[in-house]
Design a protein around this ligand. Structure first.
Ligand code: RB5
Length: 152
């Protein structure tokens, strides 16, 4: 497990991801992983960029170790999150991508689609996201190259 005692997982969603977010929070609570929930807190329509900004700020400030964002597809959240300096957000719909975006990309945000996958798959993807350590090595150089694009 890559998350240690005291590490926080930030999480947020819009109305399209509300039920999936609750399922992930319940699962992480069962595992004893501390979650900070940035809303939304009901099914009323909200604008996903506002939630993406809150969760990414928690990660870039160091408050949270990583974050999960859920909208209808995961795509809007990932577009918003990847505009934030220091964020590497990946949309995941299956296990291989969830594992390798940690191993090779050191993703610090995972984006999920509440209208794309069910709670069973989502919780397993969340497990891979918190449990998988970045491999480093040659991948560090490539991640550094990606982050250097922010300065251009
Ligand atoms: C909201 O209807 C929907 O557009 C949003 O949840 C998300 O899928 C955007 O990418």
């Amino acid at each position: 497990m890559d998350f240690k005692k005291g590490d926080i997982l930030a999480i947020g969603c819009d109305h399209g991801g509300f039920e999936l977010k609750n399922a992930i929070i319940a699962h992480m609570n069962e595992r004893g992983i501390e979650v900070k929930d940035f809303g939304t807190f009901d099914g009323a329509s909200v604008d996903y960029p506002e939630i993406a900004l809150k969760v990414t700020a928690s990660v870039t400030s160091g408050e949270a170790k990583r974050g999960i964002l859920v909208c209808g597809t995961g795509i809007g959240m990932s577009m918003a999150a990847n505009k934030v300096k220091g964020i590497r957000a990946a949309v995941c719909t299956e296990h291989f991508s969830a594992k390798y975006t940690r191993l090779h990309n050191d993703a610090n945000i995972m984006c999920l689609g509440g209208r794309v996958i069910g709670p069973g798959v989502a919780c397993e993807l969340a497990d891979l996201f918190v449990d998988t350590e970045f491999e480093g090595g040659r991948h560090q150089r490539r991640v550094d190259m990606v982050m250097a694009i922010e300065e251009k």
